[in-house]
Design a protein around this ligand. Structure first.
Ligand code: 9Z3
Length: 326
């Protein structure tokens, strides 16, 4: 059953969530993934940190777009746009600020500490000597450490756990495992959901097994709404975690209203509203207390909007921890 705004009622939402998970192709090596995340969370949560509850905070940053396969032996799929820049850049700032980061990212999108490298770093940095030996490795390494000064901090401190996904089925199953593993952290856990998540999918059992044949004429296919997992993340998976979701629109007239709706409906602590064309210049942080515009500092050529955005979020997260522990 649908409510007025096209969303599902609470009972149908529960049903559609159950049906999504029971019919999804089982996640490969899910036990191994669960163990890795739990180990990462445990390791970091026992490390003392200044302020905020005395322990290191852990953020799950999601990044990149999910795909919707059209065939079980997938040749074709529908994709959601996201380069991964927002997630990767934000992850770097969170590590710099002392957070441990679970980086749930679309395979092949931008990774933390690589955004300033040339597109093809190996071929552009390495040169063949006359005798066919390769030169330039030292220059390559120095380029990496120069463009990513906080990389050693992430590596040495075991502050970054990178977990790749491709499909919407993998993404939501992985998010569930991560959220449940982070639940014991209470308010020290944060979710920063920048991934562009598919709104519609083809249920596995109704999906063609083999490559769809073009000789059969026009393609007629029914896509089902992906149940919004934000509500269950807040209610069950990690109820005390600080939750931030993103709202992307191309029409500025509806952006803030939609962000506000998501904030209230899914009980997010913040929704970051952004427009596709201006997303690298400005975003609006929507909270129950009001809307805060955040801009990239245009006077600095290498600046980005993620720096002031993550700073604001860290401050709000600290206040939330203090208020929750009271
Ligand atoms: C975003 O809005 C991200 O900021 C972008 C970042 C995907 C625009 P890039 O990766 O772009 O730097 O190229 N992400 C959330 C998009 C989304 O799917 N939100 C859902 C919605 O709008 C809510 S969960 O309905």
């Amino acid at each position: 059953m649908e409510s007025g705004d096209g969303a599902l009622s609470a009972t149908s939402l529960d049903e559609s969530i159950t049906s999504f998970f029971t019919s999804a192709p089982p996640l490969k090596e899910s036990d191994n993934l669960r163990e890795r995340v739990m180990e990462f969370v445990e390791l970091n949560s026992t490390i003392a940190a200044a302020g905020d509850g005395g322990h290191r905070k852990v953020v799950c940053v999601t990044s990149g777009g999910t795909t919707v396969p059209l065939e079980q032996r997938c040749v074709r799929y529908i994709d959601n746009f996201s380069s991964g820049h927002r997630g990767a850049t934000s992850a770097e700032y969170f590590v710099k600020a002392g957070y441990a980061v679970v980086f749930l990212h679309r395979r092949g999108t931008i990774m933390p500490y690589t955004r300033s490298l040339p597109e093809d770093p190996l071929l552009e940095c390495l040169e063949l000597d006359g005798d066919s030996s390769i030169r330039g490795l030292i220059e390559f390494l120095s380029l990496i450490t120069h463009t990513s000064p906080h990389l050693p901090q992430a590596v040495a401190g075991n502050l970054l756990l990178k977990l790749p996904f491709t499909t919407i089925f993998e993404y939501l199953q992985m998010l569930q495992i991560i959220a449940k593993a982070m639940k014991p952290l209470g308010p020290l856990a944060m979710f920063y959901l920048a991934a562009a998540v598919s709104d519609f999918y083809v249920p596995w059992q109704t999906m063609a097994e083999h490559k769809i044949q073009s000789a059969s004429g026009p393609l007629d296919m029914r896509l089902v709404q992906v149940p919004k997992m934000l509500a269950i993340l807040r209610k069950e998976w990690a109820p005390l975690a600080f939750c931030i979701s993103f709202k992307l629109e191309t029409d500025s007239k509806i952006l803030l209203e939609k962000a506000d709706m998501a904030l209230r409906k899914y009980k997010m602590h913040m929704v970051i509203a952004n427009e596709l064309l201006t997303r690298k210049e400005e975003v609006t942080v929507v909270t129950v207390d009001g809307k805060i515009p955040v801009y990239r500092d245009k006077s600095q050529p290498d600046s980005d909007v993620e720096q002031p955005l993550t700073e604001l979020i860290r401050n709000k997260h600290s206040t939330y921890i203090k208020n929750t522990n009271r």
